[in-house]
Write a protein that binds this ligand. Sequence first.
Ligand SMILES: Cc1cc2nc3c(=O)[nH]c(=O)nc-3n(C[C@H](O)[C@H](O)[C@H](O)COP(=O)(O)OP(=O)(O)OC[C@H]3O[C@@H](n4cnc5c(N)ncnc54)[C@H](O)[C@@H]3O)c2cc1C
Length: 345
Amino acid sequence: MESILVLTHADESGTALSKGSLEAVTAGRELSARLGAELTIGIVAKEASGAAAQVVGAAKILLAVHGEAFAQARFASDAAACEALCRAAQAAIVVAPGSSRFARVMAAVAHRMGGSIDTHITAVGSADGVEATRWFYRQRIEAVVSREKHPWFLLVDAGTHAAFEGGAGQVQVEQIVVDLPEMRTNVTGMRAPKQDAQTIRPDAKLLFVAGAGWTKKQPDGQIHVEQAGELILKFLKGSGASLGSSKSLVDQGGEGNSVLPFLTHLNQVGQTGSTPRHAKGLSTCCHGEEPHVVGWRFIGERRAVSLDANCGWTRGKADVVYVADAFEVIGKVNALLESKAAPSS
Ligand SMILES: Cc1cc2nc3c(=O)[nH]c(=O)nc-3n(C[C@H](O)[C@H](O)[C@H](O)COP(=O)(O)OP(=O)(O)OC[C@H]3O[C@@H](n4cnc5c(N)ncnc54)[C@H](O)[C@@H]3O)c2cc1C
């Protein structure tokens, strides 16, 4: 019988588990239920008791590595912590979140354990032994992988499983002592763009896509790029949506044209861009051509605002299309968001 270890880590608070970790717990639980295998959860955190309380009832055995050294994401301490948890659990399958913190160390941990690793896993099945599913070639080919070499580490992509929600109750955690090597790196602080400037938000419920239409001549014969930028940023701030873009819009920067300064190629959605996962998507000023829409594969409900009643979205690619001027529509939506956010007097 396979035994399974789910490795988890705390979020920036140092005491609560990250959302990706709770998703990995769900993936591990589902697999252990199907295989009838023993499940262990390993926690890496500054302070493990709060994190452990979040997974009450998830697994029989809880192991934790905690302390000031594990407050920060750092290769040497994180790799040592994960290795110690793996040695303590002796599991054949190790499920972990594909977060930047764990993605950085897990290949090394797999190597130290003499195992194998696969990343970007979207589903873990068990038809004939354990099988992991992942996409290749920009989400065009779906592969089902199985491996003989154990322990087999599976880094699960964010957004592919529901986050585990535990019940209340007593929880017993076994502390694992880690022999830390000499630390050469110390994280002295974090520098991140302001919340407003950070437009790619993988955890957002809504994907808002801006198309090239925002920078094109409008019915008055003029372009209104500045107004477009203000409308889009205000919408992102009010709704908390993640910003995607069509290729045509982000490419304009390279041609010396007037563009929206907060957009980069990282925002591009589509065949040669990203394939984000969000519950809903709203496309604006975008034609809905196939190379763009292929990036919407994992978007649940799709809506679009376009002036073109004959655009790709209306030809079956969106659930709802508003044939309307996006400047007007988003202006009105922003006013509604503002009035909702304003405290009632
Ligand atoms: C190999 C290859 C790979 C590609 N990869 C990608 C990719 O990864 N991602 C991607 O996006 N594209 C990709 N493309 C390009 C893609 O085919 C389209 O050219 C591109 O998506 C078009 O962008 P758009 O819809 O924003 O612009 P346009 O086609 O110019 O459409 C603009 C739309 O805005 C509407 N509009 C204008 N003003 C308003 C207004 N006020 N209100 C509402 N609507 C308005 C217009 O009616 C029009 O429909 C690729 C193409 C190729 C050949």
